[in-house]
Design a protein around this ligand. Structure first.
Ligand SMILES: [Zn+2]
Length: 56
């Protein structure tokens, strides 16, 4: 499980800032399943999970 997470982050680093903003992997479905971005949250069409955006 730990290994999987590391791999996800490696992909984000390789793809760069653009994809980091546009595409977010669903933490439940794993890499390859992307979440739809809304104004204040992300929504996964596969498992219907909602992840609220965090303010940094
Ligand atoms: Zn999902």
């Amino acid at each position: 499980m730990k290994h999987k997470l590391v791999k996800q982050w490696e992909i984000l680093k390789v793809e760069g800032n653009a994809i980091k903003r546009l595409k977010k992997n669903c933490p439940r479905c794993g890499p390859g399943t992307y979440m739809a971005e809304h104004k204040d949250r992300y929504f996964c069409g596969t498992c219907h999970m909602t992840e609220w955006k965090k303010k940094e």
